[in-house]
Design a protein. Structure first.
Length: 302
């Protein structure tokens, strides 16, 4: 069976993000905003099933920010229109006069003012690392910023969007192989990059690795449900890349935030596309990746 629709959870969230107002405040970069990098002042609202939230949660753990910037968890499945959350509605309405759009996550808020600082995941990631990241790895080293930004674009356009596009078209569509070719070519390029180094940019883990890992998780746990079996087998053939993904999953900052049940429930709650044969071809057994004796939460059977 092939997929015939792109109206799944990923497409809905992309649409919601496009219509939401741009809360793009920054911490510490513009003192006129009053957003100083003060410990215990700011709060993150994150859902374990959202890929943007997953990247932020990993970064938060890598930088050991648990005592500096608290996290309020949100349900796996959005409970308000347009992939929004009822719990975030008062915060959005306090931050924008007569706000009528979706109240989506992630959110970085200011507990002092009761308003949103930012809903833009890339900015939030940078501010966590550059304004609060006094412990942990240098996720955005100066010499690598252009490379990190370029890799983030490739992950979004040539992996996420290409996989979603292919799954939406279905294997019988003439554009399917083109979208799949973009996806496979990018995976091959990343596979070659990892041939002589443990991380994407060398010997040290950076924000590029967080971005790629979240993208690979999304590819295996969401996008493969709408690809044919042959395509998923070709994706799985990049063994070095998936070994890298398993290695990162074994790190506590990564594995502890991977809730496969939450991802599955969010996907199946919002998905309107047809399931394809690739759904039966699991690439990584994420449930066996463990950190400190804890197993990654397995997905519920579908």
């Amino acid at each position: 069976m092939t997929s015939t629709s792109t109206s799944d959870a990923s497409a809905a969230e992309t649409s919601a993000a496009a219509t939401a107002p741009a809360f793009r405040g920054r911490i510490g970069s513009d003192m006129r905003s009053g957003h100083y990098p003060v410990p215990h002042r700011y709060r993150l609202y994150l859902s374990p099933s959202c890929p943007h939230c997953l990247g932020i949660a990993i970064t938060h753990s890598l930088l050991d920010l648990g005592d500096t910037l608290p996290v309020t968890p949100l349900p796996a499945v959005p409970d308000a229109p347009e992939c929004g959350y009822a719990a975030l509605r008062p915060l959005y309405e306090a931050s924008a006069h007569q706000y009528r759009g979706p109240a989506t996550a992630p959110v970085l808020s200011d507990d002092w003012t009761g308003r949103i600082v930012s809903t833009h995941a890339p900015d939030i990631l940078r501010d966590l690392a550059e304004r609060f990241g006094t412990r942990g790895p240098a996720l955005y080293p100066d010499h690598a910023r252009d490379a990190i930004n370029a890799l983030a674009r490739r992950c979004e356009q040539d992996l996420n969007q290409a996989a979603q596009h292919a799954g939406g078209l279905g294997s019988d569509h003439p554009g399917y192989e083109t979208a799949l070719g973009t996806l496979l070519g990018t995976l091959a390029s990343l596979e070659r990059r990892l041939a002589d180094r443990p991380y994407l940019l060398g010997d040290e883990l950076t924000a590029a690795d967080v971005q790629l890992w979240v993208t690979l998780v999304q590819l295996d746990t969401v996008h493969r449900w709408h690809l044919d079996a042959a395509a998923v087998q070709r994706i799985a053939g990049h063994r070095r890349l998936w070994s890298y993904a398993r290695r990162l999953a074994a790190l506590p900052a990564f594995g502890r935030h991977l809730d496969l049940d939450a991802i599955a429930r969010r996907h199946h709650a919002g998905c309107r596309g047809q399931e394809a044969a690739g759904a039966a071809v699991q690439i990584v057994d994420w449930a066996t990746a463990h950190t400190s004796g804890r197993h990654v939460t397995p997905a519920a059977p579908h």
